[in-house]
Design a protein around this ligand. Structure first.
Ligand SMILES: N[C@@H](CCC(=O)N[C@@H](CS)C(=O)NCC(=O)O)C(=O)O
Length: 216
């Protein structure tokens, strides 16, 4: 088997992939790029014309969706408990929450980040704040789901928790935590205490520091 190459930026959505790799012990060649790569690593556009991270290259296979990459890494060598297999309880919900994480939860976060943090000069802060409110309202589904559970599916930690958990981690780092319910903050705390998460974060940080040193 080839060693998959993961192009990412530290603490970006690529953390879902780095984290999944650490959980299942899949060796990856982690290539940390400066953010945003579109401007600071223009050669990356030749590999991924979208210019987005993460991107996973595994032989001829190329993926550019963080949640798909996390699921792929959990299953590429055969089934692991980090995924839920067809026929298992909560298989449908597993798929649903894994997609929900980026399409429904992270999407409004990124609009908020764009207009309220990165491109304030555009004068669209009001729109950014409206998306922040939308993000908080959209947490209702995971809040209700976790009212009676420790993890989203099948009573165990899975890729669905990695994908949704990353959105909650991002909320904390970009100033969206005020509207996050206490129960979800406690869930996030459980997830981020996992040794594989701590290792993933450290690997990305190491890559970011090496990059800074090389660019200094
Ligand atoms: N839906 C994709 C979104 C990828 C994405 O937009 N990534 C951001 C970083 S978190 C990015 O690369 N932004 C830089 C850009 O678009 O130039 C995923 O989940 O991986």
């Amino acid at each position: 088997m080839t060693t998959p190459v993961l192009y990412t930026c530290a603490r970006s959505r690529g953390l879902r992939a780095t984290w999944a790799a650490e959980e299942v012990g899949v060796g990856i060649d982690l290539r940390v790029l400066p953010f945003p790569p579109r401007y600071l690593a223009p050669e990356f556009m030749g590999i991924n014309p979208l210019g987005t991270v993460p991107m996973l290259v595994d032989g001829q296979t190329q993926l550019t969706e963080s949640c798909a990459i996390a699921h792929y890494l959990a299953t590429r060598g055969g089934h692991t408990d980090l995924a839920i297999a067809p026929g298992e309880r909560d298989y449908g919900e597993y798929s649903d929450y894994t997609y929900h994480a980026d399409a429904t939860i992270t999407f409004p976060q990124t609009v908020y980040m764009r207009f309220c943090l990165f491109e304030k000069d555009k004068g669209l802060e009001e729109a950014g704040h409206a998306y922040a409110k939308w993000f908080h309202k959209r947490l209702v589904k995971i809040e209700q789901r976790l009212a009676t559970r420790q993890y989203l599916c099948a009573d165990r930690f899975t890729v669905a928790d990695i994908c949704v958990g990353y959105a909650l981690i991002l909320a904390q780092s970009v100033g969206l935590d005020e509207g996050v319910p206490e129960s979800l903050k406690a869930y996030r705390q459980r997830l981020t205490a996992r040794p594989a998460y701590i290792r993933a974060l450290a690997r990305e940080e190491e890559g970011r520091k090496a990059l800074e040193t090389a660019r200094a």
